[in-house]
Design a protein around this ligand. Sequence first.
Ligand code: DGL
Length: 280
Amino acid sequence: MDNRPIGFFDSGLGGLTCIPYLMKALPNERIVYFGDTARTPYGSKAIGTIRNFAFEITDFLVSENVKMIVIACNTISATCLSELRERCPELPILGIISPAARKAAVSCANGSRVGIIGTKVTIMSRAYRSKILKFLKSVAEAGQQIFEAPCPILVPLIEEGITRGDIMDLSIRHYLDGFVMKNRLDTLVLGCTHYPLIKENISQLYPGLSIIDPSAEIISSIEDSLSKHESLADGADGADGGHVFYASDLSENFVNMIDRIFEGSGFTVAFKNFDLECAI
Ligand code: DGL
């Protein structure tokens, strides 16, 4: 048993999409979340820049005495997971790509045509494709059922709170109309933790698509890892029991979204602005 918090981080508010799933599955767990809202989006930045930002945030979460770190960002998971694990060998660090890739591999094995959308960096890394193919090692031709498309404008719109209406729908259609049609997709992986916030729009625009949401898929890996390390919380942590949400720029949108997640839950939630001083 270990009542220390789990550290989550993302380039902004996208990683918050994991939190409702976590609270439902593991209500005793406490969260320290870091959203790098001042420097978002990461998905079009150089890998070295993303790595420096990720190191800085990981060091901060370690200083907050977390028992595990969840990289609630596909872009960071795609580019720096192994370096972050090398930097903190004593701490379980989970990337968000593997659990969703496992589910996508099952879909491929059942004959599905799977599309992956994400940031430029995630798609260029081909992290989803290689993980899916690793899970499907006996099926060499499965690569022909996997299709990838970067959707760079979606994250800035979501960070601005523009998740509904014509601007968002047109942006989604700009990227997905041709991609879904031409490749005859039946399954879509939301390969960016911001995209679950527009899942409804995507489902309405493409009702036949079955959607894989990495923010939901990661939860069973968190539970497995905590069980394996005998560090599930028992909720008996008294005054220490609240969740803490840090942002490098505490925007109204960030605070409102967290308020919506915790509304009526009875949990204590604290917000903190945190000034990062990265060398870059
Ligand atoms: N939520 C991040 C991801 O999953 C967004 C990346 C960005 O900041 O561009 O990739």
